[in-house]
Design a protein around this ligand. Structure first.
Ligand code: SAH
Length: 248
């Protein structure tokens, strides 16, 4: 069986137990070497073959996955959670065509790890109840309706992948879309790695503060990064719900 496994954001103990156990059984692991922590490969048995997909094409990855026997465990290890910017769809489609079975094991995305590192909540009541996850168009196109200014118009909480190298243009577009210049924003570089770096600022000063960071970073934007919010109804003494009567 082939497993697509989310490796988590970096720190080796942020893979799931299921992912770790499958690594221990694997006879072949193909890992995304540019972002997957090599320490994770220590969970593999000594006899396990390891291939770094950084230098491979889709065709080479599929043909390597295809060499395994039915009774073997093969792991395709992706950074964070595989459902986000993981390019797993094309791999799954290719395996479907070859009638090869696979399963997916989710992982902790870097965006979850970034929220944890910033000790924040993306969805505080009365501030924002929506999280927009996106990227700025670069060599990869983004649908016009999802341009940064169009998304910024919502004023919601926002997390941007794959855009750290375009921070200045990104912040300009976020402002032109409608966020206020003093909207809090942060760049989180290599979250949970030993060289993690967190830079807080506003949409006006972040490009200057974080200009030295070009890759492996997330940009978080929105008033959820500031102090004010309304208390939740869920834990409010005067609010009843299925598991608790209101206290008068
Ligand atoms: N599936 C991954 C994202 C892969 S795309 C996930 O769920 O996290 C690669 C992009 O993810 C990077 O350009 C960067 O924007 C972000 N990223 C991945 N790991 C990161 C980390 N440890 N710290 C900050 N950003 C990270």
């Amino acid at each position: 069986m082939i497993y697509f496994i989310g490796a988590g954001p970096g720190a080796a103990d942020l893979i799931t137990l299921r992912g770790m156990r499958l690594l221990g059984k694997a006879s072949l692991v193909i890992y995304a070497g540019s972002l997957v922590n090599p320490e994770l490969l220590e969970f593999c048995s000594p006899s396990c073959e390891r291939l770094n997909s950084a230098s491979m094409t889709l065709e080479e990855v599929i043909s390597a996955l295809n060499t395994h026997r039915q009774d073997e465990t093969v792991v395709r290890l992706h950074t964070g959670d595989p459902s986000l910017y993981g390019a797993i769809r094309e791999q799954m489609d290719a395996l479907d065509k070859l009638d090869i079975a696979y399963e997916i094991v989710p992982g902790v995305s870097s965006m979850n790890a970034a929220a944890a590192a910033l000790k924040t909540e993306f969805t505080p009541p009365s501030v924002s109840q929506s999280l927009i996850v996106s990227r700025r168009a670069g060599r990869t196109q983004v649908p016009e309706k999802e341009s940064i200014p169009a998304l910024a118009a919502h004023g919601a909480s926002m997390v941007l992948f794959l855009s750290a190298g375009m921070l200045k243009a990104l912040c300009e577009e976020l402002l032109s879309g409608g966020y206020q210049p003093d909207t809090p924003a942060a760049v989180v570089y290599k979250v949970t790695w030993p060289d993690e770096e967190i830079i807080r600022g506003t949409l006006s000063d972040l490009p200057q503060k974080a200009g030295h960071i070009r890759k492996t970073a997330l940009i978080l934007v929105g008033d959820f990064l500031s102090g004010s919010y309304a208390r939740s109804k869920l834990y409010d003494p005067s609010f009843s719900h299925a598991f608790r009567e209101a206290k008068t």
